[in-house]
Design a binder for this molecule. Structure first.
Ligand code: ZN
Length: 470
């Protein structure tokens, strides 16, 4: 980009390479290397060049093509670097001044469509589920603890004066501005995005209202997480999911910092009084984030394997994690999302508890052992979801609620448990019922293709156009 801008500004001043070279005391060949992007300029040379061209260094270094023509040339160069293009065995196309701009427009549009077509197959529901299952295996192996993200979150917090408890709004904004970003709250964000970032002006646009269980604080930090963790446009669906998990992890690790949370949990364990709702209250995050964050820290810091699951009232699983051996229902690809959980599990039982918005506790005997679980139905905006955290029976002694007398028996995945209706009922109704199914369209349905699955790029670009000027 720097080379493109340099050439553009030099030509607009009517200077040859030799003339500019004379003004800055460099050989024309050196400037040519810079303009072709084959050499990185030193800061001192940028300043000399800027003053020789009477522009600011910032103008010279802007991350923006100087013209549509330059943008097309850059796009084509980038496409030609793609391994799949190299696979075609075509000679590289040198884009000289004589290639007309409308030909370039054609080539770039064709390449863009080819790339879009190529990313399509990875976004089928089967591929999406398989990618998800792969990731879950990796997370289980690491005890859901990602040291490098914990590290990145600790570094992000270093410049603010954080000493424990909930992160204040002021600290949060300092973390964001320390990375050179500003935040704009808007009402017209494209529906398909939870935030949109203008990389040119380093502005993060978002809604001020919560998005499902995601508070605006979490959405902001998830967005920042992509940049702090050095993510680039996802190469495929698996990459997209991994980035999303990492960005969510980053947000949780900033809002519930490792050191403070681990110390808090250790003393709760010493007092045999571990409770997810305390983690939620002390760090002022959603119950779901607190329960999920617990899984990051439990095995690494407390030596406790555990499981986490989020399901709706019908028992359909939306998210799940385990490293304690609990057997989730799974389809042949190993995917858990979209499967129906056993009726005897706490995530289903909590819906019929007398006070379902308070923590519910139960022991469940299952074919893979006995577990103690605590479940809660979210009372916030996203009603109708239960979040469960569970541990093996022998680990229940560290938790508040271990004295519950509720105990269920689950034989799932054996069909006789709850997947088939009781024999007497079946005898009365088999063949006499015709339910019209309600589609679970939100469980990893076929995702539209594109590098950011499901995001409407036209909406996003229009949105940025509307706001960039202001
Ligand atoms: Zn069952």
């Amino acid at each position: 980009m720097f080379g493109q801008r340099l050439r553009h500004i030099r030509r607009s001043r009517g200077l040859t390479l030799a003339e500019l070279g004379e003004r800055v005391g460099r050989a024309p060949s050196v400037l040519s290397l810079l303009e072709n992007g084959r050499r990185e300029p030193k800061l001192s040379l940028i300043e000399t060049l800027a003053s020789a061209l009477s522009v600011s260094s910032a103008e010279l270094m802007k991350n923006q093509p100087p013209s549509r023509r330059a943008q097309l040339e850059l796009a084509l160069a980038e496409f030609q670097h793609d391994p799949s293009y190299a696979g075609l065995g075509l000679p590289p196309l040198r884009v000289g001044a004589r290639v007309p701009s409308d030909v370039l427009e054609h080539l770039v549009a064709l390449h863009a469509e080819l790339r879009r077509q190529r990313t399509k197959p990875t976004a089928t529901p089967e591929e999406a589920r398989a990618a998800n299952a792969d990731l879950r295996v990796q997370m289980g192996e690491r005890g859901n603890y990602f040291e490098e993200i914990e590290q990145a979150a600790a570094e992000a917090l270093a410049p603010v004066d954080y000493s424990g408890g909930a992160l204040s709004q002021g600290m949060l904004m300092s973390v964001v501005s320390h990375h050179g970003f500003s935040v704009r709250y808007v009402h017209d964000l494209p529906r398909s995005a939870r935030s949109v970032t203008d990389l040119r002006n380093r502005r993060i646009y978002m809604r001020q209202e919560p998005l499902g269980m995601h508070t605006p604080r979490a959405v902001l930090l998830q967005t920042l997480g992509h940049f702090v963790l050095g993510h680039s446009a996802p190469a495929d669906f698996g990459d997209f999911l991994r980035q999303r998990i990492e960005a969510n992890y980053f947000a949780a690790a900033v809002l519930v910092p490792e050191q403070a949370a681990a110390a808090f949990l250790r003393s709760a364990k010493d007092a045999r009084d571990v409770a997810v709702e305390d983690l939620r209250d002390v760090f002022s995050v959603s119950y779901e984030m607190a329960a999920h964050r617990f899984t990051n820290l439990a095995t690494h810091h407390l030596g406790l394997p555990c499981h986490f699951v989020k399901n709706d009232e019908g028992g359909i699983i939306y998210k799940a994690y385990e490293n304690d051996g609990v057997l989730f229902p799974a389809d042949p690809t190993g995917a858990i999302e979209g499967q129906r959980m056993c009726r005897q599990w706490s995530g289903r039982q909590v819906f019929s508890a007398p006070d379902k918005f308070s923590p519910y506790f139960q022991y469940s005997d299952t074919p893979s052992g006995t577990y103690w679980c605590t479940a809660l139905v979210d009372s916030g905006r996203e009603r109708g979801f239960a979040v469960t955290l569970g541990v093996r029976y022998e680990d229940s002694r560290w938790f508040r609620g271990r004295d519950t007398t509720i105990r269920t028996t689950s034989a799932c995945p054996s069909g006789a448990c709850c997947q088939r209706p009781p024999a007497a009922l079946a005898a009365r109704w088999e063949g006499m019922a015709w339910p019209s199914a309600r589609a679970h369209s939100h469980v990893l349905l076929a995702l539209p293709s594109g590098s950011f699955p499901g995001v409407d790029e036209a909406d996003v670009f229009e949105f940025l156009d509307r706001h960039a000027a202001s």
